[in-house]
Every structure is written in structure tokens, then in C-alpha cells.
Design a protein around this ligand. Structure first.
Ligand code: XLS
Ligand code: MG
Length: 349
């Protein structure tokens, strides 16, 4: 364990303040402008925003390079005016007609070329926003029908696409965000292990990292704190998307710790015990406001997730380590359970 206390810095993405539409019903809240979202981020004590390329430059595909640069600079100015940073840029490779059947791994070479071109534009935007980090959530890289694609071929396409990005910008660092399904039936990169191995096949593994999202790893049937610990052990955990998830269903992006407080505690514990945040990593959230929230209280999921994280940091810091080691030595894990429960509940042990 590293000495001294980490002072955590938080981030979220503009898509985390949303209007409440779901596949079965329309929006229920008014949209907020980017500027309003920036003000909320500041008010709630966040220090950075995460971006999809078109959060920074709307309608990106219809703009000329000079227009893209101009808009990216305008976005950067708004951030600078409010003392916020951009954590990363993620190319949105799941909206265009060119990405219906996958992006980097589409069966159509024209679509694959689109995906790389679009990602290069995202690299340029990241540059303007002052970040070297790009997140790849590989939304449509996967299959609905197994026989429609070849996994080895898809891996080759993925590696080639990533290599082009690494070559294009020598400072770029890429974080793969694994997810096992949704929107595809089966995604090619479902876990930290898959993401890590993919990185080692590229031309520069030292610039390939991982972003772990809580809900995604629960959907993969794994414990998010173990996935984080795994990535940390390779020094590859460069960002997180904290949230929560109730069982195996659609990706819920619930507020952090809302479903399983102990699971949340263990994520905070593994981050804290392994010095996460000391190299400038942000505590990123990827949380969704419930459709039932009224307009005026539609950012509480952000405030609550951050608060829960900080409460749990206190729980980690006040854990009786001597008792923990003693119980481990005795192999009395049932007693360890009881102690952790009492500690989390704040009742006398
Ligand atoms: C979706 C992802 C998405 C990424 C950013 O499931 O979590 O929000 O984090 O592209
Ligand atoms: Mg995410």
C-alpha cells in the first residue's frame, strides 16, 4: 500500500444528464445545454468531463476539418472558463448507418474505413480538448448471429484499426472499455482480460489501457472489484465508470452503490489500496438519472454517486486492518464477514 491519502477527482459524461427516454417511452425532461451541464459539473464539485466525440463537436460527420477544429476549440473554451478538464474522448461508433453491422469489425471494408476515419477525427478533437486519452467502448463489435462473422478475423481488424490510431498520434493512449453484450448479443471484448490481451497485440502495448465499468462486469457475471484489481495489477486501470446494476438484464447505469453497497465498498477498497488516482486518474461515473426523477432533481444520481464513493473511502480508511489480518490468519472468514457488515452498518462490533 502507498503512503498518504489520495485526494480523488471526479468526472462524468454529458450523456449522464439525460431526458429519460427509454426503448418504451419518450423523453420526460427538458434537455439541458452543454453550458448548463458544465455549470452543474462545477457546482457538484466535479473536475472533468468525459466526452463522446460528438458531445464536443455535434454533427461531426457533416463538418469539414476546419469546422471541427473550430467547434472543438469552442468546447474547450467553455471548459477552461469553468476550470474543468476533459478526461477523454470516445468515438461514437454506434450511431452512423456505417456502423450498423459493426465499426472496426464490420464485414464491409467501406464501413471499416469509416470507423477508422471517424476515430481519427476523435483523436483530433481530443488534441483540441487537451487530453491524450481515448476510450473505445466497442459497442457494435460483436455478433447477433455467430455464423455471420469470424472472431479471428474480427480481432485482426480490431488490432489493425487500433494500430492506425496509435500511429496517427504518438501521444495517444487508448483505454478499452469492455462490455459483454448490448447492443450486440455477444461482444468481442467482454472482460478486462480480453481488453488487456488485445492491447498486447498492438504495436505499442505501453499506450493501451483499460476502463472498467461496474455494470458491464456484473453483466459478464464477474465482480467489478476483481476486474479492477486485475487491471491494476498490470498497471492498466486508467479510468473507471462507477455505477451499479441489479442482476443480469439491460445495462442499468444505476447510481453507485445503490444495489449492493458491499460490492461498491470493495471497488473503492481495491482502488484505494492500490493507489488509483495518484497518476492523475479520475474517478469516473457512468450513471443514468431514473426516468421517474423530475426535472429539478434530475442530477441527484451524480451527487449521490460521488457522495457514496466518498463515504466508502472513509469506510476503507477506518477499516481495522489489524483485526482484518488477524481474522485472515485464523482463516475465520465468517467472522471477517460479520466485522465488515458491522463496519458498513456503523454498529458496534
Ligand atoms: C455504454 C458505455 C458508454 C461508454 C462511453 O454502455 O458505458 O457510456 O462508457 O462510450
Ligand atoms: Mg461506460
Amino acid at each position: 500500500m502507498t503512503e498518504g491519502l489520495t485526494s480523488y477527482r471526479f468526472s462524468f459524461g454529458p450523456w449522464n444528464i439525460s431526458e429519460g427516454a427509454d426503448p418504451f417511452g419518450p423523453v420526460v425532461r427538458d434537455p439541458l445545454s452543454f453550458l448548463e451541464k458544465v455549470k452543474i459539473a462545477k457546482q457538484l464539485g466535479f473536475e472533468a468531463l468525459q466526452f463522446h466525440d460528438d458531445d464536443a463537436v455535434p454533427d461531426l460527420d457533416s463538418l469539414r476539418p476546419a469546422e471541427i477544429t473550430k467547434q472543438a476549440r469552442a468546447t474547450k473554451q467553455i471548459l477552461a472558463d469553468h476550470g474543468l478538464a476533459a478526461e477523454f474522448v470516445a468515438p461514437r461508433l454506434w450511431f452512423s448507418p456505417h456502423t450498423i453491422d459493426g465499426a472496426y469489425t464490420s464485414n464491409d471494408p467501406v464501413d471499416r474505413a469509416y470507423a477508422v476515419e471517424r476515430s481519427i477525427k476523435a483523436v483530433d478533437i481530443a488534441h483540441e480538448l487537451g487530453t491524450h486519452l481515448m476510450v473505445l467502448w466497442l459497442a457494435r463489435e460483436g455478433t447477433y448471429v455467430r455464423e455471420a462473422k469470424s472472431v479471428p478475423q474480427a480481432m485482426q481488424h480490431l488490432v489493425e484499426a487500433i494500430n492506425k490510431l496509435l500511429e496517427y498520434d504518438k501521444h495517444l493512449r487508448i483505454l478499452v472499455e469492455p462490455k459483454p453484450n448490448e447492443p450486440t448479443d455477444q461482444a468481442y471484448i467482454p472482460t478486462a482480460g480480453h481488453a488487456l490481451a488485445l492491447g498486447y497485440r498492438t504495436i505499442d502495448p505501453s499506450r493501451m489501457g483499460i476502463l472498467i465499468e461496474t455494470a458491464h462486469q456484473i453483466l459478464a457475471g464477474l465482480d467489478p472489484s476483481d476486474e479492477m484489481g486485475y487491471a491494476l495489477s498490470f498497471h492498466k486501470l486508467w479510468s473507471v465508470h462507477l455505477n451499479d446494476q441489479s442482476g443480469l438484464k439491460f445495462d442499468e447505469d444505476k447510481s453507485f452503490g445503490e444495489v449492493d453497497l458491499r460490492r461498491a465498498f470493495n471497488q473503492v477498497r481495491v482502488l484505494e489500496e492500490n493507489g488509483y488516482g495518484r497518476n492523475g486518474e479520475y474517478v469516473g461515473l457512468d450513471v443514468k438519472a431514473m426516468r421517474t426523477q423530475k426535472q429539478e432533481v434530475s442530477t441527484k444520481h451524480l451527487a449521490n454517486s460521488k457522495q457514496t464513493f466518498l463515504w466508502l473511502v472513509e469506510k476503507v480508511r477506518t477499516l481495522n486492518r489489524q483485526l482484518q489480518s488477524e481474522l485472515i490468519k485464523q482463516r475465520d472468514y465468517e467472522e471477517l464477514n460479520r466485522y465488515i457488515t458491522a463496519h458498513l452498518l456503523g454498529v458496534p462490533y
